[in-house]
Design a protein around this ligand. Structure first.
Ligand SMILES: Nc1ncnc2c1ncn2[C@@H]1O[C@H](COP(=O)(O)OP(=O)(O)OP(=O)(O)O)[C@@H](O)[C@H]1O
Ligand SMILES: [Mg+2]
Length: 251
């Protein structure tokens, strides 16, 4: 079975998609066969890996509308070695589909997925809904990116409450890979304070190394390329390479 990571925070705009796309690209560059699954109907992962989707494109959301649909039918190869995408459906309505938290977990046992992939990365919407529950039920590890802002760290705490319920109930395999400070700068007092608070509350071992503020990440998205392919010498590429090596130890 592929090792599955979910990237999540209840707060919007904390870097979930940036982290999903770039961790996927890092693991792919380390030789893992990676499937990036976009559960967020904003459909940004496709943009991040340079894939255009249309109304007719099969998507991961098809499995939530009808469980006879196959996740593997939605998978597309990207231009990057070892990296494939199951894109999101921009027309999927929040709350649509059966209230069943095991749909994705079952889909990940499809023969084509087990045979073709070593790692699955799940990008999630910033909502607490059936899609998030499906992701947390299907995953082995959770990565929580947060911006050092009071609301984003509160989003992380809210996610932890959901997480503890899942770990003590439907998915006892789920483990926290760590909190990932995005755009954090130690010279900024509020950043230091929030990062110290998160570390104090959850423990130093739960902290992943910072991804620094780098406009090249925004530009990379615009070009449809992970940072290691767009600007390999940038500081964000350096940070993601370091993070990729750490995450690779988990899969
Ligand atoms: N380290 C960084 N440096 C500079 N910009 C960044 C960094 N991380 C993320 N961004 C930018 O911040 C914005 C939000 O990031 P992203 O879309 O990854 O967040 P998200 O959590 O997926 O948002 P949503 O909740 O809407 O899905 C994007 O424009 C992204 O390019
Ligand atoms: Mg996103």
């Amino acid at each position: 079975m592929p090792v599955t990571f979910v990237v999540s925070n209840r707060k919007g705009g904390t870097g979930k998609t940036t982290v999903s796309v770039n961790i996927a690209a890092e693991l792919a560059s380390l030789g893992r066969r990676v499937l990036l699954v976009d559960l967020d109907s904003q459909s940004h992962c496709a943009v991040g890996v340079g894939i255009k989707i249309s109304k007719e494109t099969p998507t991961v959301h098809d499995i939530f509308r009808n469980q006879d649909n196959k996740l593997s039918a939605s998978i597309q190869k990207t231009a990057f070695d070892n990296l494939s995408l199951a894109p999101a459906d921009p027309l999927f309505e929040h709350g649509e589909g059966a209230r069943d938290a095991e749909v994705l977990k079952k889909a990940l046992t499809e023969y084509e997925i087990v045979r073709n992939f070593d790692v699955v990365i799940l990008d999630t919407p910033p909502s607490h809904d059936n899609l998030l529950l499906n992701a947390l039920t299907a995953a082995n590890w959770v990565v929580v990116p947060y911006m050092p802002h009071p609301l984003a760290s509160e989003g992380a705490r809210q996610l932890m409450r959901v997480l503890f319920k899942i770990i003590s109930g439907s998915n006892q395999q789920l483990k926290l890979a760590g909190f990932l400070p995005m755009m954090a700068n130690d010279n900024i007092r509020i950043h230091r304070k929030i990062n110290n608070d998160v570390e104090h509350q959850f423990g130093a071992l739960r902290m992943l190394p910072v991804i620094r503020n780098d406009i090249r990440l925004v530009e990379a998205f615009g070009e449809g390329k992970p940072i290691r392919h767009f600007a390999p010498k940038s500081r964000a590429a350096e940070d993601f390479a370091q993070l990729g090596v750490l995450i690779a130890k988990l899969c």
